[in-house]
Design a protein around this ligand. Sequence first.
Ligand code: FES
Length: 169
Amino acid sequence: MERRSLFKVLSGGLMAALGAVIAAPVLGLLSSPLRRRVQSGGEEPLPVADLARLTDGVPTRATVIAEVVRDAWSRFEKVPLGAVWLIRRGETVSALSTTCPHAGCFVDWEPQKKAFGCPCHGSAFDLAGKCTGGPSPRAMDSLETEVKDGKVLVRFQRFRQAKSDKEPA
Ligand code: FES
């Protein structure tokens, strides 16, 4: 009887230890700063376009691509992180996320209206990204940009949806 109890305790402890060994790396990966960096594009601004190719006052869509993304086990090259609308004004460029703050659909530029529109639930935004109609709780999310050696760089970031404040995701 005592041997049987001892066996139960030992096997229970062994199973718990085995579970912890399997769960720890998975939980670590899911919550790691690295994963968050992969989603956000990290701290570094990424090149997305040539300034010379942008027309003043006309939004141009650009894909944000990370050259290299690494985790503990793998290395990936040219990873698409998301997309932005670039709006040039002279020698400066502003960037708006293409992700609708309402529920995450793709916000499109509607040239005939000279405004942005979301096809999912009809949110509308002006050229500066300000919400002018529909259910979006806030303006389109602006992103930090810089122009360096003729290249437009964007510090890519994601934000929580359905919030009136712009909170990093
Ligand atoms: S997702 Fe854009 S209006 Fe709902």
